[in-house]
Design a protein around this ligand. Structure first.
Ligand code: 13P
Length: 344
């Protein structure tokens, strides 16, 4: 495969394919395992992720890349093959989460706002990750909406971090996934869809401004935004059609056409809602960028449940994962329909 970042970025958003976000930190994966009453150990995390990466139908046909956590990039499958090699053998690309988390933003808004850290030593870490086989990376900036929030200070700090990270990635021959997430869930999620639209536009404009100032080549990034959607605690939820239309209008106004692809996070949407929204967006057609998925929860929830931490359920877990991957692959082509869910 070509090592040019423009070619890697194109491959990440190839037609009908999207990205599996399997980069849960040790704390987050423990919470997921708690929900299926399974102990989180290095081996159980390896077994679970190996199950996904060996679901060959899903991986070959619908998953262009997998975002890994540091531990997983260093782990070997049960037969001794590095997990990064298992991913590569299926024709998919290994990626790595490189931020070290969202930390309280110093100052009076610290209870609500965060800034994502991880720039110290990042150049050296990227060089090592490249040697370990990673060809793209992820960094997530987090913006919460609440009464009077976000502040410009929070937007600016997160946009600046994303741009400095993206420039370092490209220097290392690694495609940066640029992920500014305006939250739809959590404690402060009462906002309506129009507030999400307004904040997402401000955030994307700040991010592209910073990317420009940092000399980041837009042809060699993948943008991973939230959809434009009401907060989970908002009593007035928008229809799927409205989410799709407002998201596309927001992105058209804010994302340059030089960006090869947009791969959404699921952010707390149900599996089927995340798929339906993506399909409706692609059904609009004539978009300047590829529009696909980079889901964590919405790709894994069913597989995690079907597996339940038991080796005898590996085939069932793989079936559940393959189904969601296929549904989202169809959505990336604008061809998903509700009836396809039942056919499984
Ligand atoms: P969700 O799809 O579960 O939001 O996760 C995607 C992701 O990578 C968040 O950083």
């Amino acid at each position: 495969m070509s090592e040019r970042i423009e070619d890697i970025a194109q491959a990440m958003v190839a037609p009908g394919k999207g990205i599996l976000a399997a980069d849960e930190s040790t704390g987050t994966i423990k919470k997921r395992f708690d929900s299926i009453k399974t102990e989180s150990t290095a081996d159980s995390r390896r077994d679970y992720r190996e199950m996904l990466f060996r679901a060959s139908d899903a991986m070959k046909n619908h998953i262009s890349g997998v975002i890994l956590y540091d531990e997983t990039l260093r782990q070997k499958a049960k037969d001794g093959t590095p997990l990064a090699e298992v991913i590569k053998a299926s024709g998919s690309i290994a990626g790595i989460k490189v931020d070290t988390g969202a930390k309280a933003l110093a100052g009076p808004t610290a209870k609500i706002e965060t800034v994502t850290e991880g720039l110290d030593g990042l150049r050296e870490r990227l060089a090592e990750y490249h040697k370990l086989g990673a060809r793209f990376a992820k960094w997530r900036g987090v913006i919460a909406i609440a009464d009077g929030y976000p502040t410009w200070n929070c937007i600016k700090a997160n946009a600046h971090g994303l741009a400095r990270y993206a420039a370092l990635c490209q220097e290392a021959g690694i495609v940066p996934i640029v992920e500014p997430e305006v939250l739809m869930d959590g404690e402060y999620s009462k906002h309506d869809i129009d507030k999400c639209d307004e904040v997402t536009r401000a955030v994307l404009n700040a991010v592209f401004n910073e990317l420009y100032e940092a000399n980041v080549k837009l042809e060699g990034i993948v943008l991973k935004p939230n959809m434009v959607i009401a907060g989970q605690k908002c009593p007035k939820q928008a229809s799927a059609q409205e989410v799709a239309e407002k998201t596309i209008a927001c992105l058209r106004a804010s994302v340059p056409g030089a960006v090869p692809g947009i791969a959404f996070l699921s952010g707390g949407q149900s599996d089927e809602a995340a798929t339906e929204h993506l399909s409706l967006m692609n059904a609009v057609g004539n978009l300047p960028w590829a529009v696909t998925f980079s889901y964590g929860r919405a790709l894994q929830a069913a597989a995690l449940k079907a597996w339940g931490g038991k080796s005898e359920n590996v085939a069932a877990g793989q079936r559940a994962f393959s189904h969601r991957a296929k549904m989202n692959g169809m959505a990336a082509l604008g061809k998903w329909q509700k009836g396809l869910e039942k056919a499984a």
